[in-house]
Design a protein around this ligand. Structure first.
Ligand code: SF4
Ligand code: SF4
Length: 200
């Protein structure tokens, strides 16, 4: 009984030693690219990875797929003169469909006529309540609210984001979701072309 117990310990130590040595062998094979590169992280996570495969967060981060969803962002377009124009028209659809009701929007009004202006005066998302479902982005008719990839939101306070904190340029959005952004840009361009030809 005690002999087989000893054999088990030796076998376990042998597995640990092999993994330890495999790490150096894999390091040499990858010549410095095993760590801190997306392909190195993917290799270690694959069936071909040898040795230690722990991701050394926060120095290393696992690349997220395009469809990864985290707290929404508000997209703005930069005009040729540098002006930043928010796509949001403050229609309120996103706040109505949001299941935990964590979106608050304050509409702007024209001081002269007191009529609503399609531009939110204030826009808040309580990121501590947001469940990252993506419904707001699915329902927005103006491609104005999209799911972000930034998941590092830990803080000592409440994560209540305002319009300025949520706003990100269209170039950022197309950087994290290139396939989606290209498809949506093409659809918007086709719609505008159809509208223009209808007025001819
Ligand atoms: S983000 Fe979209 S759905 Fe929400 S208020 Fe703005 S335009 Fe409407
Ligand atoms: S992702 Fe879901 S929970 Fe978060 S703001 Fe959008 S609709 Fe609400």
């Amino acid at each position: 009984m005690s002999e087989s117990f000893g054999n088990g310990i030796l076998k376990g130590l042998g597995v640990t030693l092999k993994r330890f040595l495999d790490t150096y062998a894999d390091d040499l094979k990858w010549l410095g690219k095993r760590y801190h590169t997306p392909e190195g992280i993917l290799h270690r996570a694959s069936k071909n990875g040898r040795g230690i495969f722990t991701v050394q967060y926060p120095e290393e981060k696992i690349p997220v797929p395009e469809e990864f969803r985290f707290v929404p962002l508000l997209v703005y377009d930069v005009q040729p003169d540098g002006e930043k124009v928010m796509r949001c028209t403050s229609c309120g659809i996103c706040s109505r469909v949001c299941p935990p009701q964590c979106i608050w929007i304050v509409r702007s009004t024209d001081p002269a006529t007191n009529r609503p202006i399609p531009d939110p005066a204030e826009f808040y998302i309580d990121a501590d309540i947001c469940m990252n479902c993506g419904l707001c982005a699915e329902y927005c008719p103006f491609d104005a609210i999209k799911m972000d990839h930034d998941y590092e939101l830990a803080s000592f306070g409440r994560n209540l984001y305002n319009k300025a904190q949520l706003a990100k340029p269209a170039s950022y959005y197309s950087g994290i979701r290139p396939v989606n952004a290209a498809r949506e840009d093409a659809a918007r361009a086709a719609k505008e072309a159809a509208r223009a030809s209808a007025h001819e």
